[in-house]
Design a protein around this ligand. Structure first.
Ligand code: CO
Ligand code: CO
Length: 311
């Protein structure tokens, strides 16, 4: 992607969202489109919305407006399905404080749905991929496993009802996590989405020119996800991610294929990975607890050239 020479472009590609200065305001903008991961149109619409605003939260911004992008085969889906999809999305956007102000639909054989989201951000508090510092602790705010578990349901290997906690996790906004990170003094964060924990963590390591140590026992994996990897339920995208990251990740000797695949499982509406100075932990903990949200301390930032060390 060519770099913009316009000085109003504060952040171009490489972070979760772009940042653009207009007079005294900084706009933060992102777009995310996904294919269906479950049957219920209302719930799927809401998950799409949570997934799309997540990049704004990952930067420490506040989402304001959204435009829907919808691709579907008009002969396969009735207007009532689309209505439910949009009402799930609008409810979730409203929860985020954002308004749906329009959108565009296109005839498409493969169903797709997502949003372009615009928000505002304060220059002093931007959470960047390049902001991690040696001595920071690494915090993850959602469990890992949505990719494998939704695939297992699609393939009929797992009952729909078993997906309830997974859906609950995907529906959760990263709003409280973002606020906690910003107020606790974090300078770096990202959301865990298509490239899995390792893919997104590596972006922080490379951009910040530090190494990230991740303690595998402290990574919160959703129950049964490793059983399904053992059964061979692995997405092609995840294998590509593993190839992509392997050069810069040091795995423990006893690590097998399942352990590795779990760390690159593509997430939909995943949590934030926050690089937090230890002195901010108390404040972070207080705000997360007040919001009733969990978090896991999964590692730390150490000196190094931009690699990940799994322990
Ligand atoms: Co992102
Ligand atoms: Co994204």
């Amino acid at each position: 992607m060519p770099k913009s020479a316009d000085p109003r472009v504060i952040i171009g590609h490489g972070d979760d969202a772009g940042v653009f200065r207009h007079k005294n305001n900084l706009l933060v903008e992102t777009v995310d489109v996904i294919t269906p991961i479950l049957d219920n149109p209302y719930t799927f619409g809401a998950i799409c919305a949570a997934n799309s605003v997540s990049d704004i939260y990952a930067m420490g911004g506040i989402p304001l407006t959204a435009l829907a992008i919808l691709g579907f085969a008009t002969c396969d889906f009735s207007p009532s399905v689309i209505k439910k999809l949009l009402s799930g999305a609008v409810d979730k956007l409203n929860e985020a404080g954002a308004c749906l102000v329009g959108g565009h639909s296109i005839e498409d054989n493969e169903f797709k749905f997502g949003f372009a989201v615009t928000g505002v951000i304060d220059k002093k508090i931007i959470l960047r991929a390049a902001g991690a510092k040696t001595g920071d602790m690494l915090i993850l705010t959602k469990q890992i496993g949505t990719g494998i578990l939704t695939s297992a349901v699609k393939l009929g290997k797992l009952k729909q009802t078993a997906l309830r906690p997974v859906i609950k996790s995907m529906l959760m906004l990263n709003k409280v996590a973002s606020k906690s990170a910003v107020l606790a003094g974090a300078k770096a964060a990202t959301d865990i989405t298509g490239f899995g924990l390792l893919g997104h963590a590596l972006n922080i390591a490379r951009s910040s020119k530090v190494n990230l140590v991740i303690h595998n026992v402290n990574v919160p994996f959703m129950s049964k996800m490793k059983d399904f990897i053992d059964l061979g339920i692995v997405q092609k995208g995840a294998k590509n991610s593993l190839n992509f990251v392997s050069r810069d990740v040091v795995f423990p000797k006893k690590f097998d294929f399942t352990d590795k695949m779990a760390l690159v499982d593509p997430q939909t509406s995943g949590g934030l990975l926050v690089s937090l100075p230890p002195k901010g932990l108390k404040k972070f903990d207080r705000i997360m607890k007040k919001g009733g949200e969990p978090y896991w301390i999964i590692g730390e930032v150490v000196k190094g050239p931009g690699k990940i060390i799994i322990k």
